[in-house]
Design a protein around this ligand. Structure first.
Ligand code: S3P
Length: 172
């Protein structure tokens, strides 16, 4: 049994849809941001304030830890997890990776003023558009399947993710 791994930009719904998928699959849910904080023993804001490199190092440890768990999880990845080639490889090796893809308009509407997300500070729309351009190849490279979440409800997105998960797991 593989982990179900959700990747995508901030605001795509990885945590909300991931929690719903975990309920439906009756398996534990973990968010890599939360796990990084637990492993570091320090709050997110403090890790980030030390520099993005510090946060990414803890994030990489979180990905490595959870990927090797023998208990199949639903894993919601922070939006930048896929930038690291080792993260992409380990997640693909131990899980089915689904990209929750959304247009900038959709993401902008969902993140509001970007509170708690330092990369969005000041201009969430501009930041999301730029991140989409830079990261799309990494999401695509990481993903076994893509689910478009523009205009979908949480339940619809959950159904689509679970269908993609089942189809990919069943594939030879
Ligand atoms: C980030 C996304 C955030 C968090 C950090 C950096 C990113 O997670 O890891 O603020 O680089 O896209 P969410 O995607 O869960 O908001």
């Amino acid at each position: 049994m593989s982990h179900l791994v959700l990747v995508g930009l901030m605001g795509a719904g990885k945590t909300t849809v991931g929690r719903r998928c975990a309920e439906r699959l009756d398996r534990p849910f973990v968010d890599t941001d939360d796990l990084a904080v637990v492993l570091a023993g320090r709050p997110f804001a403090e890790l980030w304030a030390e520099g993005e490199t510090t946060f990414r190092a803890w994030e990489r440890r979180a990905v490595a830890e959870i990927a090797k768990s023998p208990v199949p999880h639903v894993i919601a990845c922070g939006g930048g997890v896929v930038l690291d080639p080792d993260n992409r490889r380990v997640l693909r090796d131990h899980g089915v990776v689904v990209w929750l893809r959304a247009r900038t308009d959709t993401l902008t509407a969902r993140v509001g003023d970007g509170a708690g997300r330092p990369l969005l500070a000041g201009n969430p729309r501009g930041a999301l558009a730029r991140l989409e351009e830079v990261r799309a190849p990494s999401y695509e490279g990481a993903a076994h399947a893509i689910v478009d979440v523009d205009g979908t409800t949480i339940d619809e997105a959950t159904d689509a993710v679970l269908a993609a998960f089942a189809a990919t797991e069943a594939a030879p």
